[in-house]
Each structure stands twice: as structure tokens, then as C-alpha cells.
Design a protein. Structure first.
Length: 231
């Protein structure tokens, strides 16, 4: 794939040629128009979630979707490095650095189909840059959940219940630790929440969620009976 997507020659968003010294892999125009959004979009209803913080790079929309589609559809080795670097830089802006990184897992049936899990590639790339430990396989997706695209937050939560587990082999790693959970995109927060619950039940003291794109936080609180308004 490195032959098809040579590193830092083409912009990871629009495909234009770029100056190879640009570490983000974005051309000047895309870097300018990218909706950088470093704030936690869930900050006003954090009490509904098991995670303690959300650290996004951009607001999830057409630009983030284009980059994530590239990451999922063939550009993985090239783009994971660039997006992983953006995640590493985002994490460096945080005042509380984690003890280790973990990725939101894919179910093995999905992994068989795609061949890789993009969250794992991003976590591995970011951990390498930050020289932080990354434990592959710390979380396991115990059952496939199917598409949740049209499901609201409440439905997603029940679909995700009991679908993640922490591998007991890594119990010592988690005890009292601050875990940084990596995913490509966080929309309703339901998946990250389910993973954070499992990590905390297994002994983690704090869970921060690091992602490339996060929704703009237009979702109404679940306690207001609201539904996600992000699609
Ligand atoms: Zn571009």
C-alpha cells in the first residue's frame, strides 16, 4: 500500500500533492479548512458517561469522513501514520497524560472482512510517537453488534450491553491506571462509554477517549429524552 499511497506526497484529505515535510499529511488548504475542534463535545452531560474526558482533533463532518473513508478503504498504512500523529499531538495538549493506550476493538467477524481495525492502527501509531505503552487486545469485542448508524443513543447502549470485555491477562496493567481509549470517530459516545465501563470494572482509575473526529455535541441529553442529532 505504501506504493499506492507514498508517504507524504499526497494530501490525505483531497489527494493534492503536498510538501513532503508536512507531518500531518494535509495540504495547506485542507489544514486551513479542517474543522479543528479540540473541546470535549460531551462536556455538558459527562455524568451520563463512564469515560472522564473526550479529546478530539476535528469536528466530525465531511472532511473527517473523507479521511476516515481513506483509512478504511486502502490507505491504511500511510494514513494511520498521519492521523496517528494528529492524535499524538492532540494528546500532548492534554494536562493529564495517560499511563497506557488501548483501542476500541472490532469483532473478529468484522476483522476477518476488513483485515484490520483502524482504531488499533491509530492507537499503535500514536503510542509509538508518544513513547507510551499500547496494549493490543486489552479489550475484546465479544459479540458483533451490526450497524448502529440509524440507532439513537439509548438503543445503541442496549445493543452494546455486554458486547465488550477486558482480557483478564492484562488485569495488572489496568489496576489504578489512567487508560487512553482510542477510536477513529466518536459520534454518540455509546461505544466509548461501553468500553470505559468495562475498563473501569476491570480496575482502571480513569479513562480518556482520544479520537480523530467527534460529533459537534448537538445531541440532547439522554435524560431529556433527546435523541442523537448527528447523522
Ligand atoms: Zn488537501
Amino acid at each position: 500500500m505504501d506504493a499506492v499511497f507514498p508517504e507524504n506526497i499526497y494530501c490525505i484529505c483531497c489527494g493534492d500533492s503536498i510538501d513532503p515535510s508536512v507531518k500531518s499529511g494535509l495540504c495547506a488548504r485542507c489544514a486551513e479548512i479542517m474543522p479543528w475542534a479540540l473541546d470535549n463535545p460531551f462536556h455538558s452531560y459527562m455524568d451520563e458517561f463512564a469515560f472522564d474526558d473526550v479529546l478530539p482533533c476535528v469536528r466530525y463532518g465531511s472532511y473527517a469522513r473523507r479521511i476516515m473513508n481513506g483509512l478504511k478503504n486502502g490507505g491504511q498504512s500511510y494514513m494511520a501514520k498521519n492521523v496517528g500523529r494528529m492524535l499524538a499531538e492532540r494528546l500532548q495538549l492534554s494536562w493529564d497524560m495517560p499511563d497506557l493506550l488501548a483501542a476500541v476493538p472490532s469483532h473478529k467477524s468484522k476483522l476477518r472482512k476488513r483485515g484490520y481495525n483502524q482504531a488499533e492502527l491509530l492507537a499503535e501509531a500514536a503510542a509509538g510517537i508518544l513513547k507510551l505503552p499500547y496494549q493490543k487486545g486489552l479489550l475484546i469485542k465479544t459479540r458483533a453488534t451490526g450497524s448502529m448508524r440509524m440507532a439513537d443513543g439509548r438503543t445503541r447502549r442496549s445493543m452494546l450491553e455486554d458486547s465488550f470485555a477486558a482480557d483478564p491477562r492484562y488485569a495488572d496493567l489496568l489496576h489504578g491506571r489512567h487508560v487512553c481509549l482510542v477510536d477513529d470517530v466518536v459520534t454518540t459516545g455509546s461505544t466509548a462509554d461501553a468500553c470505559a465501563r468495562v475498563l473501569k470494572a476491570a480496575g482502571a482509575a480513569k479513562v480518556s477517549v482520544l479520537c480523530f473526529g467527534a460529533s459537534s455535541g448537538t445531541r440532547k441529553s439522554l435524560s431529556d429524552g433527546g435523541e442523537d442529532a448527528i447523522f
